[in-house]
Design a protein around this ligand. Sequence first.
Ligand code: ATP
Ligand code: MG
Length: 355
Amino acid sequence: MRILILPGDGIGEEITAATLTVLQAVSARFDLGLTFETADIGFKAYDATGSTCPPAVLSRAREVDGVLLGPISHLDYPPREEGGVNVSAAFRVKLDLYANVRPARSRPGIGQTRTPMDLVIMREATEGFYPDRNMAVGSGEFMPTPDLALSVRKVSAFACERIARRAFELARKRRRKVTAVHKANNFILSDGLFLREVRSVATEFPDVELEEVIIDAMCAHLVRDPARFDVICATNFYADILSDLASELSGGLGLAGAINAGDDLCAAQAQHGSAPDIAGRDQANPTSLILSAGMLLAWAGERRQDPRLLAAARAIEETVDQTLAHPHLRTADLGGPLGTRAFGQTIADSISLGS
Ligand code: ATP
Ligand code: MG
């Protein structure tokens, strides 16, 4: 299995290096035959090619079996017309990685909640409010006058149907509940269309419970009783905000792994950004990207029906849990003493030892 590593900006270099150590360890232990290649995105690519997301990188991503996508700086990029492309959006839209799967699970001894939480946010990742003039037709921002700004949100039946299907399929393998999050009381047409598609898919999954919750109430419920949620399905913007809330409740952004999954390609990507405040100091928690890499192996294992990939994915999850259970084996964001490199090495060593 060929994996393309794109370190990205900020803490990207450090957390991709730590994650590579872990992937090499699972590859050796489970005989996965993983091979790795690297390319630049973000500021490094901009300096070399004039674009933060060179088309050649997207082409290479199409050729490999999986991508490890580092974090991207959003704030400091030059304007789009000068090469400052939002790399995450380019990957999701141009490669049609429409399902951004974002779990939030409390781990032993970590988390802000009274009861353990274990949920997955299924975020539609190609449409919504996100303005990208070149890509998502019909979405974007514009200013008809200097004192008036308008945002347009794109919601299509096609995109809602397929994200709902992924949510129900996932719920069937978990606790059989989907919570559709919306604001259809105000956004009658757009969120109404989303709900129409979710309800229609739900009829094909009579064994899975469907619950509908308004986005503002959802924030309150998440804080009060996160254990009641299993799979949460939402359009792009709502899901983005909810997932920061959920990941913080479960222990912090440094633990928040995710994948961007299409039908034929998957990119592992942490939920957080490039954390420029701690970049280059060996302080970042690489758990987020290590868990994302585990999700990538699970995604590939399910598609290929390959028990070794599935075992490797489970080993990553379990080793992270076992390691984080020890306060002296945590990184600084969780109050521990380990640096990025030492934490990655600890996980890799445990995997190699099979412990
Ligand atoms: P960007 O513009 O790239 O989104 P940001 O300043 O919003 O950057 P985020 O990466 O979104 O930064 O995260 C917000 C804060 O959370 C960071 O400033 C950092 O302190 C913390 N943080 C994020 N990821 C990690 C991590 N992996 N390990 C430790 N702390 C992290
Ligand atoms: Mg950010």
